[in-house]
Design a protein around this ligand. Structure first.
Ligand SMILES: [Zn+2]
Length: 90
């Protein structure tokens, strides 16, 4: 009787062992994945300061008065342009 069931018992043990091994492998993989630190975010550039009209207040676009007041060159140009235009129109 034992000799008849022995191969099946052996097979069952092998299958169960394999299943436990696979499950363990998956669990280990998942655990490893969970503990893996996320790739560092690319360094965030400092948010570009913007003027009241939304122009980027970059070094090239900002005029700093000696008093420390900073003005948007684009706005300044538009203001001048509008003034000139008004003058021309008037
Ligand atoms: Zn501006």
């Amino acid at each position: 009787m034992m000799s008849f069931w022995f191969p099946f018992v052996l097979l069952a043990i092998i299958v169960v062992s394999a299943a436990i091994g696979i499950i363990g492998f998956i669990l280990v993989c998942n655990a490893g994945r969970d503990t893996t630190p996320e790739p560092p975010e690319p360094p965030q550039l400092a948010p570009v300061e913007r003027c009241g009209k939304g122009h980027p207040m970059t070094d090239e676009n900002v005029y700093a008065y000696p008093s420390g007041r900073r003005v948007c060159r684009t706005c300044d140009r538009e203001r001048r342009g509008r003034k000139a235009g008004n003058h021309a129109a008037v």
